[in-house]
Design a binder for this molecule. Structure first.
Ligand SMILES: Nc1nc2c(c(=O)[nH]1)N[C@H]1C(S)=C(S)[C@@H](COP(=O)(O)O)O[C@H]1N2
Ligand SMILES: [Mo]
Length: 577
């Protein structure tokens, strides 16, 4: 007589978890995979963006020739006389370049270095951008990866590409766990610097530099552009007033690109997007991600153009202004500028090797910097649901598939012998068959899945509320966390698992799903049971759930970070953003 297989004992599951390295071992990390030169889709045609380089250079040359010829026309010269580079009615600034402005300018540069490089690394983990809510292959408008291969399982992790360590932070492939700590921690510092900058701008006369106060700024900007393009530069009064082109580009950078980046960054988070209801549904994650990227492109273009102008419009005067706060013919500012560049260069060179070597430290420091924000966002009970027509035609699969005889046997008997074991700090430990769970109240929800890598997808999930399970097993007052053990191993060996705060288990939309879009959850998406916890990123929703254990602490599980990807890929165990 065949014996009924027993669900794994908690001790056995605990023993199946593996320890993890505290650094990235290059020979052990995910195998590299090169992307391709970035492409943009216009209609059904993909264009290689590298064409922008020769086309841009040719356009620039033509522009020089054109504007020089234009300036021979009396009308154009009259226009430039009427509108010299600086709007004549623009107010001037009396306070020069105060020390706080110089300091904030330097800090801004320093922070941007980390933010931009780490942001690029995050993008490389799902190197595609979309406008629609779905990430259906072929609907991307930008990619630096080949089209999604057909006829085989291609997970989001398979899709990620390598960045060189001098470019991304920390470079390599699928290192976004670490990039995110840099991106978010430094963002916080950049935000504080930015708020202080706004406050100081408007409590002094410095705002007058940046905020155009007259329509004349537009003809002035055009006049400036013609003068620069014809290589016959306008008079510079930078100490007291900016020209029209400066005013417009600085204004856009400070008052448009920066706030847009912050808002579109935050709107990519499951907790925040869900908390905003219709706003989050309308401004979907993929649209926000695309706008976030366009703001990034603006910043990069601005930095290149602004940096070049510092050199061509008078390095001595410019560095005197911004690095020494003086307006004279001395060389005071230049050495300070060189020192600032040296600091930036050293930071540029060390950040990736440091992160690779001290990955666990970066993870801990990041959690220290922004863990409290994560904790706050985790408290919001997600309620935002979509409608049937929002369901994604394509839902990326992700993760490491189960690969064991036990699992194959469960699949073969249609999960009839499957038992979900609930144990640990509970008054009534219990094994549930799939039939037991299906006999309980069923909840259906149409929600967005937010993968940490950047893709998202909408599906209708059906299953049992974790609240109801809690009512049955009755966690004791000591139980602070729920550990979800998978039937599958993680990518680096050892069992996949993840830890949630018990509060997450009481949220309205936290369910153990056995249905996806009206049919039993497929093996690919986590059969027989997968967690849905809508205020967190996807990796926290364990697929192929084997058992749930309630614990007071998770330091003694695996490498002690609160989950498989937390241990092995340096993610945070609180990840609602
Ligand atoms: N057991 C297990 N569960 C897992 C993973 C995994 O690798 N193993 N990957 C996670 C990640 S990163 C995501 S985004 C989702 C993907 O779910 P899907 O395949 O249904 O899209 O499952 C999560 N659950
Ligand atoms: Mo994910």
């Amino acid at each position: 007589m065949p014996t009924t297989p027993q669900p794994p004992r908690t001790e056995t599951l605990r023993a199946s978890l593996s320890d993890a390295d505290d650094r990235i071992r290059l020979n052990h990390w995910m195998a590299p995979q090169q992307g391709i030169a970035p492409r943009i889709r216009i209609g059904s045609h993909w264009f290689n963006t590298l064409w922008a380089l020769p086309i841009g250079a040719a356009t620039l040359l033509c522009l020089i020739a054109l504007t020089q010829s234009l300036r021979e026309l009396p009308g154009v010269e009259a226009f430039i006389r009427k509108h010299p580079a600086i709007a004549q009615s623009a107010p001037s600034v009396d306070s020069g370049f105060p020390w706080w402005l110089q300091l904030q300018h330097f800090l801004n540069m320093f922070f941007m270095l980390f933010i931009i490089r780490a942001g690029l690394q995050i993008l490389a983990d799902h190197p595609r951008l979309y406008w629609g809510r779905d990430c259906t292959p072929g609907t991307d408008w930008f990619r630096f990866q080949v089209p999604v291969p057909k006829g085989r399982i291609w997970t989001a992790k398979d899709d990620s590409v390598t960045l060189p360590t001098w470019l991304g932070i920390p470079g390599l492939r699928h290192t976004l766990g670490l990039s995110r700590w840099w991106h978010f921690s430094v963002n916080l510092l950049w935000l504080i610097n930015g708020i202080a900058f706004y406050a100081l701008l408007f409590s002094t006369d410095q705002w007058r530099r940046l905020v155009p106060m007259t329509w004349e700024v537009f003809p002035a900007a055009l006049s400036t552009a013609i003068q620069y393009a014809s290589l016959n530069f306008p008079v510079d009064e930078g100490w007291t007033r900016y020209n029209g082109l400066q005013q417009l580009s600085y204004f856009i950078t400070v008052f448009v690109a920066a706030p847009v980046s912050i808002v579109t960054g935050l709107m990519q988070s499951p907790a925040i997007s869900n908390a905003f209801g219709w706003f989050g549904r309308l401004f979907n994650r993929q649209a926000m991600r695309s706008v976030h990227f366009i703001a990034f492109a603006w910043f990069v273009a601005f930095i290149l153009a602004h940096g070049a102008m510092v050199f061509v419009t008078g390095i001595r005067q410019n560095t005197n202004h911004m690095f020494a706060g003086v307006d004279n013919a001395s060389w005071t500012g230049f050495p300070l500028f060189v020192a600032a560049m040296a600091i930036l260069t050293v930071a540029w060179l060390v950040v990736s090797p440091f992160t690779i070597r001290h990955a666990r430290l970066v993870q801990r420091a990041g959690a220290f910097m922004i863990g409290w924000i994560m904790g706050l966002a985790e408290g919001w009970d997600p309620r935002s649901q979509l409608t049937k027509k929002d369901i994604s035609p394509y839902f990326w699969p992700n993760g490491t598939m189960p690969d064991s005889k036990e699992f194959d046997e469960l699949v073969a008997d249609g999960f009839a012998s499957y038992r979900l074991r609930i144990s640990g700090l509970v008054e009534a430990p219990r094994d549930f068959s799939l039939a037991d769970l299906k006999a309980m109240a069923k909840q259906r929800q149409i929600t967005t899945h937010f993968c940490i890598q950047g893709w998202s997808g909408v599906a209708e999930w059906g299953g049992v509320r974790m609240r109801d399970i809690l009512d049955l097993v009755k966690p004791t007052p000591e139980a602070r966390y729920a550990v979800f053990y998978s039937l599958a191993d993680g990518a680096d060996g050892g069992r996949y698992y993840d830890v949630h705060k018990i509060e997450n288990m009481r949220h309205e939309l936290t369910i153990l799903a056995y249905e996806m879009n009206g049919t039993p959850v497929s093996v690919l998406h986590g059969a027989p049971l997968r967690l849905r916890c809508e205020n967190e990123l996807g990796f926290k929703m364990v697929k192929w759930v084997a058992a749930i254990e309630f614990v007071a602490d998770f330091a003694d599980l695996g490498a002690g970070q609160g989950g498989y990807n937390e241990d092995h890929e340096f993610y945070g165990y609180r990840m609602p953003i």
